[in-house]
Design a protein around this ligand. Structure first.
Ligand code: GDP
Ligand code: MG
Length: 393
């Protein structure tokens, strides 16, 4: 499963975001226990279900009237503080937790109400732009430390006649989630000495920073947008590539209210409707959230996850089926599964994502929307429904 990590300094709102994003409503989800352990749970990205193109909704438990929720793993990484890569705070322990992540959401307190260490200060008195840089810097230096500590071993391996720097670095870094492709692209991006013995500290650090950017891309969640000065949000937008304003607290309140049957709200909706009895205080609280949602098109929690996975990581959703006209599996379930794949993935990649045996036995595929055979190198797209024909099926 694709893995999204929430990182950032203490008190930015990571755990609130995590609780909100893993709090599934009773009737959503194959995963009744959305929390695997206290810091690792199942959340969802939201997309349009292909069933919207047909007369009837599919009825899948992860589809709500055409809003399709696709599971991703969510990690709540405890607070980073400046100097974490040198072991400050809980330091490396938490950086290592990021090894498993495909994309990082840097949760920033956009209100400027917490200082560099995460201690509460007067709202607006701390510059949240600092937090954009420091999380990136800690991650870069953490990776640089791993490269530097292992460089001697790379040098030793280089004495072997069939030495390949790319292979040695891939071996070293797959453990933290860098792919062969990331390593190759990094080595190609700048002129590095061919012989590892000639690399200096600067080369190693440059490699680490470049690899971090490729293998652990970071988006910024400008949290506490409900109390953040407008100026802070604008400056955050200037400071990072991708910034999503959010109120994790607002999302948590809405999901709890939805679970209790007091509001009609699906994660990622731009608005909600009050449907049950609420105290005056609860109603005032929800109306305050409505104000924030009107401004940002929602609470931002679902948008942050969707942006990280679909836009920033450039993934899309594909739906394998066995029956190309009914869009069902062998048990008559309509659109039973959804897979997140990287842009450029082919029917064969989808086959491997379903099961390695299905991939090994791949024969051909049918585009079930168009009802035509598609070639092995055909690039799939968002919402494709695909029948895979395999010797293993
Ligand atoms: N105003 C406001 N406060 C929030 C929001 N999200 C979290 N908080 C508060 O910020 C504090 C720290 O939140 P927490 O999730 O524990 O932060 P963590 O240390 O990053 O996990 C708590 O008092 C939360 O209620 C938000 O969107 N708006
Ligand atoms: Mg926390």
């Amino acid at each position: 499963m694709l893995s999204v990590a929430l990182a950032g300094k203490p008190n930015a709102g990571k755990s609130t975001f995590y609780r909100a994003a893993t709090l599934a409503d009773v009737d959503v989800g194959n995963y009744p226990f959305t929390t695997i352990d206290p810091n690792r749970g199942v959340s969802y990205v939201r997309t349009d279900c292909p069933c919207l193109a047909r007369e009837d909704r599919c009825g899948n438990e992860n589809c709500r009237n055409g809003k399709r929720y696709v599971p991703v793993e969510l990690l709540d990484v405890a607070g980073l503080v400046p100097g974490a890569h040198e072991g400050r705070g809980l330091g490396n322990q938490f950086l290592d937790a990021l090894s498993n992540a495909d994309v990082i959401c840097n949760v920033v307190d956009a209100s400027g109400g917490t200082n560099a260490e995460g201690e509460p200060v007067e709202v607006g008195s701390y510059d949240p732009v600092e937090d954009v840089d420091f999380v990136e810097e800690e991650m870069d230096l953490w990776l640089a430390g791993i490269v530097s500590r292992n460089w001697e071993s790379v040098e030793r391996q280089s004495r072997s006649p069939d030495f390949s720097l790319e292979d040695a670095l891939t071996d070293l870094l797959t453990g933290i989630g860098a792919s062969e492709h990331d390593v190759a692209a990094t080595l190609r991006s700048v002129e590095y000495p061919a012989d590892p013995i000639q690399w200096d500290e600067e080369d190693q650090e440059r490699l680490a920073r470049d690899l971090r950017a490729r293998s652990k891309p970071i988006i910024v969640v400008a949290n506490k947008a409900d109390v953040a000065p407008q100026e802070n949000l604008e400056r955050l937008h200037e400071a990072a590539d991708v910034v999503v304003p959010a109120t994790a607290e607002g999302e948590l309140a809405l999901r709890q209210a939805a679970k209790a049957g007091a509001v009609d709200y699906d994660p990622g909706d731009e608005e909600f409707e009050i449907t049950g009895d609420l105290s005056e205080k609860q109603e005032r609280g929800l109306e305050r959230i409505r104000g924030v949602m009107d401004e940002w098109g929602g609470t931002g929690v679902q948008t942050a996850l969707d942006t990280a996975v679909y836009d920033f990581l450039d993934h899309f959703t594909a739906y394998p089926v066995q029956n190309e006209s009914k869009w069902t599996d062998g048990q008559e379930n309509v659109l039973p599964d959804a897979f997140l794949l990287a842009r450029g993935s082919t029917p064969k990649d989808l086959a491997f994502a379903v099961h390695s045996d299905i991939g090994e036995g791949y024969l051909h595929a049918v585009d079930a929307r168009e009802n035509r055979r598609i070639g092995e190198d055909h690039e799939l797209e968002e919402g494709d429904v695909v029948k895979i024909v395999s010797t293993a099926a």
